[in-house]
Design a protein around this ligand. Structure first.
Ligand code: IPM
Ligand code: MG
Length: 361
């Protein structure tokens, strides 16, 4: 089969890590007889430099026409006045929000599991880690505070800022359905996270999740308040299978979840719409301070490409081969700087990519 992929290298370490992920896809193509073709698309700071906006209509259209999108990262140092001394809707991150909204990518999947090989990098105590954890956060991605009306004005002479948090039944239902479908393929347990003791939007969230749950009698569902969830994630992460939550809570909890896996450099993500189309990106950012030095960890992006194989192309066997190759490289003791520990072999971005490619069979 031939698959067309829109590739968005973006800013900072984005181009380096995306390059390695494409090498991995090419290797998968070679071994399993597929063809991946790439169209490069600008987004973020590099697009601002060229076109004055973080995402052009043409770029969005190219992404839309592809079978899937692979993204590195966007954004730079906040001190970078060229990108940041402008209205918020013209900054690099606005490109990311615009592509999520523009492509209708309402479900953001962020898996967090502990590689045995990296257990020593996990900041939790061994008795908490036990034999490891494996959870996935399903974050609503195109609603809530991120996309509500906002403005700043003077009220009685006092500067006042307003952000609005809105969720419709429809928005909640479609992401809840994704979470239950995913749970059916895992341990059949959904923890829906909200702040129903305070927020109306959370009370509606809870009601709709309970309605959706009726269609999945095999799935156990429970509801947890977001503050308690933040605590439970570090106290007992093994209790979780699928965490379903709204946009802002998911943003915060997914950083916390990534940290307990030892390094944010290992975490992949997928953002999906109603169909099989998706955008795949590492959970980490553009890390401008280490860009261009061949020290960034490409594994999160490579694992994101593996998610693309599963969710957009239905190539489970191929995705598995990538995951196995990553595990093997780690088991053989190769580490990028972010996950380096004593007695291991330190390698750069390019070398890590090569090692993983060689182990795909
Ligand atoms: C993420 C990031 C983005 C978000 C930022 C860069 C806008 O933190 O993907 O988690 O908040 O969604
Ligand atoms: Mg975030």
């Amino acid at each position: 089969m031939n698959y067309s992929i829109a590739v968005i290298p973006g800013d900072g370490i984005g181009p380096e890590i995306v390059r390695e992920a494409c090498h991995v896809l090419d290797r998968v193509g070679e071994v399993y007889g597929h063809q991946f073709s790439y169209t490069e698309v600008d987004m973020g700071g590099c697009s601002i430099d060229k076109y004055g906006v973080p995402l052009t209509d043409e770029a969005l259209e190219t992404a839309r026409k592809s079978d899937a999108v692979l993204l590195g990262a966007v954004g730079g140092k906040v001190g970078n006045s060229r990108w940041y001394d402008v209205a918020p809707n013209l900054r690099p991150e606005a490109g990311l929000l615009a592509i999520r909204k523009g492509l209708g990518l309402f479900a953001n999947l962020r898996p967090a599991y502990l590689f045995d090989e990296l257990a020593s990098a996990c900041p939790l105590k061994p008795e908490i880690i036990g034999d490891g954890f494996d959870l996935i956060i399903v974050r609503e991605l195109t609603g809530g505070l991120y996309f509500g009306a906002r403005h700043t004005e003077k009220v009685d002479g006092v500067e006042t800022a307003v952000d609005t948090l809105t969720y419709s039944e429809k928005e909640i239902r479609r992401v809840a359905v994704k979470a239950f479908e995913i749970a059916m393929k895992r341990k059949k347990h959904v923890t829906s996270v909200d702040k129903a003791n305070v927020l109306d939007s959370s009370r509606l969230w809870r009601k709709v999740v309970n309605e959706v749950a009726k269609d999945y009698p095999e799935v156990t569902v429970d509801h947890m308040l977001v503050d308690n969830t933040a605590m439970q994630l570090v106290m007992n992460p093994r209790q979780f299978d699928v965490i379903l939550t709204e946009n802002m809570f998911g943003d915060i909890l997914s950083d916390e979840a990534s940290m307990i896996t030892g390094s944010i450099g290992m975490l992949s993500s997928a953002s999906l719409n109603e169909s099989r189309f998706g955008l795949y990106e590492p959970s980490h950012g553009s890390a401008p301070d280490i860009a261009g030095q061949d020290i960034a960890n490409p594994i999160a992006t490579i694992l994101s490409a593996a998610m693309m194989l599963t969710y957009s192309f239905d190539l489970d066997r191929e995705a598995q081969a990538v995951q196995v190759a990553v595990k093997q490289v780690l088991a053989e003791g190769y580490r990028t700087a972010d996950i380096m520990s004593e007695g291991k072999t330190k390698v750069g971005t390019v070398k890590m990519g090569e090692l993983i490619c060689e182990r795909i069979r």
